[in-house]
Structure formats: C-alpha cells, structure tokens
Design a protein around this ligand. Structure first.
Ligand code: ADP
Ligand code: MG
Ligand code: ZN
Length: 550
C-alpha cells in the first residue's frame, strides 16, 4: 500500500512501528514531528483492516484536503461534516452501510452525536484515529473543549484500536492526552524532533520590527514563505506593506470571509513564489512542500507553537529557515494576556511557564535546535551546527554588577519611571532631577555603559523576570520582578549574563557626559537594600498568611 497507493519508497521514522501496533489491534499514542507523515499511520491500517476507519479531525478544511487527496489516489474516503448536503450525506451513509468505504472523516462534535454513535455502533470499525490529539489538552495551544468528549470512545468501542496522533507533546501534554483519551495502558511512540533541514535563528527587534521583516522577505525573493503576525490587523497591514514593496504577499486570518480565505490558500499552495502573512488561524494541515522560510514577526505562544509553526517550512526535506523576531515588550504583552484571561490558576501558571520557556530559548546561549529537542524530552542531542547560535556563539559576558545597579535604581525610584528615565538616572543625565532622585545613591552610578548598553541590560532583566513593566500603560513603568530572583542577584547568588559585551559609554559625546554625582562609586548591595528586601519579603509572607485565613 505504501508503494502502490501512496507512491512512497519506504516508511519514515516510526510510521511502520505505529502501523504495526494498530494492525495488532492495540491502541497507541504517536508523537511524530510536523510533516512526519502521521496521516499514513491511520490511513494504511484503515485500508488494511476489515471495517471502516474513523478519523476525528478538528478542522473542516483539514478533512476536505485529506479526503480529496485520498480520492485522487483511488482510496474510498469520505467526510461527514456540517457542510455536507443531505444528498451527500445519504450517499456517504450508503457507502458506509454497503461496507465499501475505508475512511470516514468526522468532527468531534459530529461523531459524538447520539444518532451518529447509534448508527456507527452497528458497524464494524477498523480503528478510531484522533488527529491533532493535543487539542484535547488545555496545556496545549489549540485546546478544543469538544475533544474532551472523545474519552467516551473507550467505552463505546472497547474492542476497536484507537490511535491518537499529534506533533505537539511535551511530557505534560502527553500525559494529559493519555488520561483524557483513556490511553493509559497503551504504547507511546515518540519520534525524534530533529528537523535537520530547518535552519533556526532569532533576533531581538526594535519597535514592531516591521522594516526588518520587509528586509528579510525581500532578501528571499523568488521563494515562498509564511510570515506569522500576532494580530489580524498586523497581518493585514504587513501584507499591504509587503505588496507595496513588490512582494506577492497575501494576508490570512480568521477575520476574513471563508471564500476569501479558501481562495488565498489555493493561490499560496499553487504559486512558486508566494508569501502568506498570517495569524495562527493559518497552518494546521497546510501542506506546501516548498515553503522556504517561516518568519515570526511576533513570537509564538510557546515552544510547541514555535516548532509547529516553523515546521511548515522545508516539508520537502530541502533546507528552510525559521526566523523569529521578538522583544521584551512582546513578552510583557504575552504575560499580560495570560493574566487577564479567564483561566484556572493552574492553567495560568503553566501558560506563564511556557511563555517564559519560549523566551529563555530565544534568549539562549546554546544551539537552538538542541534546546527545542531537549524541551520535547530528548536527551543526548548534538548541536545542529547551522543555527545562528552555533554559527556565532554568543559571548556570555557577566553583567551581574551592572544588573545590581539597575535593579537597585529601579527599586529606589520605586516604580515611578520608565526605561528611558531609569537609564538617564543611572548615567546621572537627568536634566532636572528632583532632590529625591539626585539624593539617591544610584544617581549616576552607571557611567560605564552607553544608553544603548543599559537598554540592552534592562531588556535582559525583563526577559529574566527580574524586572517587569506593564505594557498596557502607554508609558510603561519599570518595577522589580520576582522578589526571590531579585534577591538572589543582589546577594550575588545568581549571575546575570549578556550575550555580548554591552556598548561602553563614550565620554567624548556631549550628550553622554555624566553630571557630577554624589557617590559615583559603583555600588553593589548595600545594607539599605538588603534591609528593604528583607522587609518586603516579610511583608509578603504576612500578606499571604493573612489572605489564607478564610
Ligand atoms: P503530518 O505528520 O504533519 O500530519 P502528513 O501526514 O500530512 O504529515 O504528511 C506530510 C507529507 O509527507 C505528505 O506530503 C505525505 O505524502 C508525505 N509522506 C508521508 N509518509 C511518507 C513516506 N513514508 N515517505 C515519503 N513521504 C511521506
Ligand atoms: Mg497531520
Ligand atoms: Zn545549532
């Protein structure tokens, strides 16, 4: 079947093992990378085993694609979804009842309708496949409540093998999938997440980074790519800007009319050179082999989302790039969105952790591909030798003392100022410092760095959660971040590293010349700081204890 129906020479990765398990009548969870060929894992058993193979899929477009592809290859496949006409439904049911259909694609809500279950229970089923199984987990980034009902399939079809497949599963999500879909006793197949054809890089952006995106796309003319934007408006405006620059770019997001979306998707799939500027509404199941790059104009929500989104490049196995632009403001926004969403505390914590893990990877010092694979639970991973960090290893400069100065300044300024003013304060450049400010021992202690050097360091502190700012405020103020972590830096127990030596202060420029300040000596931790932190911590404890009393 692999050769004759699907025209492939050999199985890939764990395909054969997964198919073997299902043919042996057992249920399984298979985690294979995007483009790894998960569909075959249920398509071949559905054709090989007697009875109908049921495939649960989250998106109508995805089902339509697969069914059309299968029919072209002569496989008896159909779908029952909300868009089918009564005549189509009747025809499909006739084929099902005549036993001539090998594969039936259904949505989770369609499948779980009592009338549907009733009719299916009269039939012999080859297997039930649950595609994109991570949709069942609220730890994932594509949670769909309807998927939760699929756990009942275990009782409804106790003797039918069930196969859950996904590209996205850290250990936690995997556990969740197994528990929710009642796959506890089953084998788990987890393929390597290596995608040697993907060349990864990431860079901090200044502002919204629009010009940088246009530059990156223009340098890749003649090839196809996907640019991910964090918002619909952003996708529309960026596509327009690219089109103005002469790039065949189209926007794609959930706010567009269905027909427009379908039309743009077809144009993208068919063109030799096409750029899709899209939100995350674009992607699941998009199979264009020659996507040569994926650029994140705004960062994704997690490492899982990152891997899945850049995984759409290089499906033909030829080299392709994944380029991510990000800023500390993006992180602040991400955290803010998680904070303001209605979520269970536990889910909120996981989402915050995932956002932080993503930024830790983006800000990382070692091989990016290795970092991602370790995140997915692989150990013993070699550096890829081709990502930006492998090609140009960062310097890892110890900036702990400077970090102490910056934290101390923010602490003393008591969350009253934004970045620019904090930098001026450190440089002793504030034009008219209030007596309060000029009297602080941090005023003018930072003359060793340039303003850009300090801004870099402040970014670093924001990425590490040592500082925070509220992006919702038009002029965000800097405040201290996680108290325990700040304290550890103060005490010298935690180092703060920079990827490159910060720009030094240039005393020859007039604007950079520091004012004479009282106490220009570098200060690290002084007794006052320690006392304040102790007091703060004691107060937090009391507060927590007070709130714990009902
Ligand atoms: P995903 O795991 O992302 O769902 P798909 O099942 O959509 O991946 O398959 C991705 C592409 O890989 C398809 O074009 C498919 O035809 C191709 N493919 C799947 N298995 C093989 C194989 N054994 N050899 C070559 N190509 C394959
Ligand atoms: Mg798939
Ligand atoms: Zn690398």
């Amino acid at each position: 079947m692999l050769n004759q129906t699907f025209g492939h020479a050999a199985f890939r990765g764990l395909q054969e093992a997964v198919i073997g398990e299902v043919l042996a009548g057992k249920s399984a969870l298979a985690v294979l990378p995007t483009g790894g060929g998960k569909s075959l894992c249920y398509q071949i058993p559905s054709m090989a085993l007697p009875g109908l193979g049921l495939v649960v899929s989250p998106l109508i477009a995805l089902m339509a694609d697969q069914v059309a592809g299968l029919r072209q290859m002569g496989v008896a496949a159909a779908r029952l979804d909300s868009t089918a006409s009564p005549a189509e439904r009747r025809e499909t049911w006739e084929a099902i009842e005549a036993g001539t259909l090998d594969l039936l694609y259904v949505s989770p809500e369609g499948l779980m309708q009592p009338s549907m279950l009733e009719r299916l229970s009269q039939l012999r089923l080859a297997l039930v496949a649950i595609d994109e199984a991570h949709c069942v987990s609220q730890w994932g980034h594509d949670f769909r409540p309807e998927y939760r009902t699929l756990g009942r399939l275990a009782e409804l079809f106790p003797t039918t093998p069930r196969l859950a497949v996904t590209a996205t599963a850290d250990a936690r999500t995997r556990e969740d999938i197994r528990a929710e879909l009642r796959l506890e006793g089953c084998l788990e197949f987890v393929d390597s997440f290596a995608r040697p054809e993907l060349i990864l890089s990431a860079e901090r952006k200044t502002g919204r980074g629009r010009n940088r995106v246009i530059e990156l796309v223009q340098a890749r003319r003649g090839r196809s790519g996907v640019v991910y934007s964090g918002s619909r408006d952003g996708a529309d405006s960026l596509a327009a800007e690219l089109a103005e620059a002469g790039v065949p770019a189209l926007a794609y997001h959930a706010g567009l009319d269905k027909q427009v979306r379908a039309d743009r998707l077809t144009r993208f799939l068919d063109a030799d050179e096409a750029v899709m500027v899209a939100t995350i509404a674009f992607g699941m199941g998009v199979d264009k082999p020659d996507v040569r790059y994926v650029i994140h104009a705004d960062p994704p929500a997690s490492i899982e989302a990152y891997w899945q989104e850049i995984g759409r490049a290089g499906r033909d196995g030829e080299p392709a790039e994944g380029i991510t632009l990000y800023s500390s403001a993006d992180l602040s926004w991400a955290l803010r969105r998680i904070e303001t969403r209605e979520l269970a505390d536990e889910v909120r914590m996981v989402q915050v952790r995932k956002a932080r893990q993503l930024y830790a990877m983006l800000e990382g010092m070692g091989c990016r591909a290795a970092a991602v694979r370790r995140y997915f639970g692989e150990d013993q991973v070699e550096p890829c030798g081709q990502c930006d960090l492998c090609l140009e290893p960062p310097a890892a400069v110890d900036a702990s003392l400077a970090a102490q100065k910056a934290l101390s300044a923010v602490h003393r300024l008591n969350g009253r100022f934004g970045r620019g003013r904090v930098v001026d304060h450190l440089l002793g450049k504030t034009k008219e410092p209030t007596p309060f400010e000029a009297g602080l021992s941090t005023f003018g202690v930072g003359t060793e760095f340039s303003p850009a050097g300090w801004r870099d360091l402040i970014d670093q502190l924001l990425f590490e959660g040592l500082l925070r700012e509220d992006p919702n405020d038009g002029r965000p103020l800097l405040a201290l971040g996680d108290g325990e972590a700040v304290r550890a830096v103060y005490r010298g127990e935690r180092k703060v590293g920079l990827r490159r030596a910060p720009e030094a202060h240039d005393p020859t420029t007039r604007s950079g010349r520091p004012r004479k300040s009282r106490g220009g000596v570098p200060l690290a931790v002084d007794a006052a700081d320690m006392a304040l932190f102790d007091a703060l911590r004691a107060w937090r404890r009391q507060e927590a204890a007070r709130q714990a009393v009902p």
